[in-house]
Each structure stands twice: as C-alpha cells, then as structure tokens.
Design a protein around this ligand. Sequence first.
Ligand SMILES: *Cc1c(COP(=O)(O)O)cnc(C)c1O
Length: 328
Amino acid sequence: MSSRASLVERFRDRLPLGPETPIVTLGEGDTPLLPAPRLSARLDLDVWLKCEGANPTGSFKDRGMTVALSKALEEGRRAVVCASTGNTAASAAAYAARAGLPALVLQPAGAVALGKLAQARALGARVLEVRGSFDQALAAARQLTERGTHVLVNSLNPYRLEGQKTAAFEILEELGAPPAVLALPYGGGGNTRAYVMGFEEAGAGLPRVVAVESSLRAETAASAIRISAPVHAPEVAQALERTGGLIAKVSDEVLLEAWRALAQDEGIFCEPASAAGVAGLAQAQLPSGTRVVCVITGHGLKDPEAVERLTPPPVAVDPDPDAIAAVA
Ligand SMILES: *Cc1c(COP(=O)(O)O)cnc(C)c1O
C-alpha cells in the first residue's frame, strides 16, 4: 500500500465496495482545503477553498470515477461510455485505462476546452464529436447503454455520486464541523447532490448549500457548466430545500471576476466554471464572518484559452536589462 491512502481505502466502509471489489485508483481525494484571507476580507466572510483541481486528472470527477470503474470491473463490464463537456471524459479515459477497459467519449462538437480534449485523447479514449449540444450527446449515450455494450459513467451512474460524497467527509475531518455554507458550481447537479448526501450520511449537520449556475446556461464561457437541462434538477431542488440553501445565478462577467480574484489574490488557478461558488456568494447575503467552503472544482490548465480573457498577452522584449526594466 502506498503511504498516501486513496479515498477508496480511507472511506471503504462508507462506499458500496465489498472485500472482493477490485479497486481502480490513481490516488484521488485528500485535496487541500485552504483558507482564503484576501477573499475573506473583501467579502467579510470566513472563506475556505476545497481545491479539487489537485485530483489526478485535475477535477473532482476522479472521486466518482474510481468507484464507477471499480464497480464496472466487479460487475464484469467490458467498456464505458460518457457524454462530456470535458472533465468527465478526461477522468473516464484515465480510470478506464487503469482498469484495462476501453472508453468511448461523446462530446459536443467544438465545445470542449483544449486541456480536457488533450487528456481524453492522450489517455486512449475513443473520442467522438457529436454534432449537437451536451444534452443531445448525453441522450445518445443513454440510448447506447440500453444495447448492453457499454456502462454509462456520467453522474447518472449512482457509483459516481457515492465517490463524490467523500469530499464532504474530508471537509468535516478538517474543520471538525460542517461549515455554515457550502458554495459550488451547478452544472448537471450531480456534485451538489453528492455533497448533500455526504453531509447527511456523516450525521454532523448540514451546511446551507448555495448551488451556483450560469445565467447563460447554454452559452456561458464556463464550458464545464454549459448544460441547458441539468439531469439532477428535481433532486437538487429537494436537497437544497433540506439544507435551507438556494440556487444563485451569475453572469459571465461576475464569474470571470471571481475567477480572476481566485487566481491573482489567492494563487488558485482554476478553470472558469470552478469559480462559480465564489461568484455566487454575494447573492446569498450572508452575515459577517460566516464560514463558507467554496468548492473549486477543476484546474486552470484545463482551459488555457480562457486565460486570453483574464490577462493581456506577454510583452516581447530584447534580452537587455534596460529594455526589461523599462517595461517591467
Ligand atoms: C463537472 C463539473 C462541474 C459541474 O458539476 P455537476 O455535477 O455537473 O453539477 C463544475 N465544474 C467542473 C470543473 C466540472 O468538471
């Protein structure tokens, strides 16, 4: 066993894994929970960041994929399929490779960030560009699984949510109690459900959950939450009700400002969608000093093109100290 236990090893008794289940792991979970002093001062809150970009493929999807692929092997499945805006595909490709199973990825044509596409291809997935939206690609993936050849590893696969709930366990371990508020991006809603499930199972009380979606769902610059019809919408609504939470809607402008602040004020470079939790806090109108955990869902290197919106390009300069000092 490695010195760094995977989440499956740490939380095995709280996951649907038997003693015989073959475990497919890349060392996911155990991600940093960091205080955010400058954001806290600016927002007059006690803000913490759960940095899920530190997972093996750079997003929280890995927490679910380790369980989904372990169960696929246990159940004798021969191949996996997903529809994806990118991170599910990167994660499915990695864990399928690790399990020795083929992965089929259906992605909306022209709508996947460069880093994620590079991952799925490099990791050996069969990548197909569907002429249509994410929602159409997901419908096609679900229909394909009815033929029995592939198991679906989107968040409709219940094992995905089981794995993802472990992030709530880690937050409880580190803070000793649930935060007053948990804020996270709301794309399809699987992760929102998974966190509420995790806190409910732990039995230590629930944070108010603020699920933050784009006010432009179908065309936001944040490709990871560019989903017009969230598949988990009814369950998200129920889960939020149990926590006294809410859905916040943010414009791309507000989202990109939160993204810039995370990067330049806190040193956390995430992809644009991952800043949604921070971006939605203003709408929750929280009392001064409220403890908030924002889930930073994916790494900034996933979407290098988005950086063009964040900063001007580098200035060219001769290798001369005077010239450098003049523009520095
Ligand atoms: C998948 C994903 C989301 C959205 O999560 P849902 O479970 O679909 O709500 C948000 N951010 C990133 C980086 C993602 O990969």
